[in-house]
Design a protein around this ligand. Sequence first.
Ligand SMILES: NC(=O)C1=CN([C@@H]2O[C@H](COP(=O)(O)OP(=O)(O)OC[C@H]3O[C@@H](n4cnc5c(N)ncnc54)[C@H](OP(=O)(O)O)[C@@H]3O)[C@@H](O)[C@H]2O)[C@@H](O)CC1
Ligand SMILES: [K+]
Length: 470
Amino acid sequence: MRRAHTVEQVRAAEQPLLETQPHGALMARAATGLAVAVTAELHRRRGATYGARVLLLVGPGNNGGDALHAGAWLARRGVAVRAVALGPALHPEGLAAFTGAGGRVVALAEALRFHADLVLDGIVGIGGSPGLRPDAAAALEALSGVPVVAVDLPSGVDVDTGETPLPHVEAALTVTFGTHKVATLVDPAARACGRVELVDIGLELPAPALEALEAYDVARLLPVPGATAHKYTRGVVGVRAGSSTYPGAALLCVAGASSGMAGMVRFVGPDAVADRVRGHFPEVVGPGRVQAWAVGSGGDADAEAMLRDALADDVPVVVDADALAHLHHSGSTPRHRMVLTPHAGELAALVGESREEVEAAPLRHARRIAGHWQAVVLLKGARTLVVHPDGRARVNTTGTPWLATAGSGDVLTGLVGSLLASGLDPFDAASVGAWLHGEAGSRAAESGPVVATTIARHLTGIIGEVTHRM
Ligand SMILES: NC(=O)C1=CN([C@@H]2O[C@H](COP(=O)(O)OP(=O)(O)OC[C@H]3O[C@@H](n4cnc5c(N)ncnc54)[C@H](OP(=O)(O)O)[C@@H]3O)[C@@H](O)[C@H]2O)[C@@H](O)CC1
Ligand SMILES: [K+]
């Protein structure tokens, strides 16, 4: 599990170490990890470290201190290092180490003639407020085109929300210390981080503000059938999706539901659609008792009735696409364990904002809707979010931009339905489903552009690989 903590949690975790460890020990760990990562980045870009040129942008706080200590480390290994001071005074010990190792503080005009291979953004870290001050913004503008390594975070992002309302650094690599921050995992700030490397500085941290599942977490959560399992103990998932206008959505949702996680799949819908479903999936049966419903994908005008009928059973329900618009009339109550699976446009309609507004603050808006409906919200995007009404949140880091393809979400809805039917709680079902779907999409993308049917086809193989890890 990757874990992200808030600024307040990081500061609280640093405090006992600052009190008990030798002065400067924590910063030395951070700066050494940073310098090693910068060395690897220089190797990647130019094949050698010796003779490389690195420019530090140094703010007034400890973030600047990290950059100066890393600069000293690099200078001692043959890298030419210069620093531009952004702020009234620089970290005194960092500055002494830097100049002692042969580094020089220069004006911006001289820094531009230096032709750096890399810029180190040590302007602000967890102590910064969103945005950049004019001197920092001007320096970055003048250096545009030079790749940036961000120290702890790209300066200017909102650390605890992942929002980027104001100018900020766009990094190629972010070297973050102690733990992930919300901004290193959640878009749009995560996009500004580039690649992220975590340097362990020995913090003892509390329960995280945000998590990202990894393969072994998924392996632990997936319900593998026991020796005495039969199809009913494994769970039955029902699909109410598709319409005469969008029959393909029914097929894709059933394909996702047929991931093998539930013991049986039922389809309920108009005869013409049901015939096509059974033509493709002979193992799918008709109406009857289910342990979870997947509802709404391609439902068109039938979506309201689909949702109402599904909610009449007291089982968990995944609500997708057209059905989301009918939540208000569905009589849904907190008694229904629901997973809502909007994309940004559908969430925008639910919150009464524009799509751009939701994309600028996805975590905030997903939390709003989770609280309002007392439901788990799975907000689809490059970094899909899964938020629980109790405040817990996960972000999905598997997947590929190829997943942005028609019908991809229908497969996900069926898959989450099958995970609910197999006994996972809505939060785990949504986050495990997003992880598997992303991984299946990446696998499908290995052999070219992805269409939704190929995502579904890769699901069973991915589940097989993950369960064999146990
Ligand atoms: N604690 C430790 O030992 C360890 C800490 N570590 C490192 O320290 C970092 C946190 O350091 P920090 O607390 O000194 O804050 P930091 O992020 O440098 O910036 C604060 C200063 O910037 C200013 N400022 C604010 N907003 C701004 C803006 N938008 N644009 C420009 N300036 C702005 C503000 O100044 P003022 O408002 O007073 O002018 C304030 O003084 C952390 O991210 C990690 O890198 C690691 O080494 C591990 C050990
Ligand atoms: K920074």
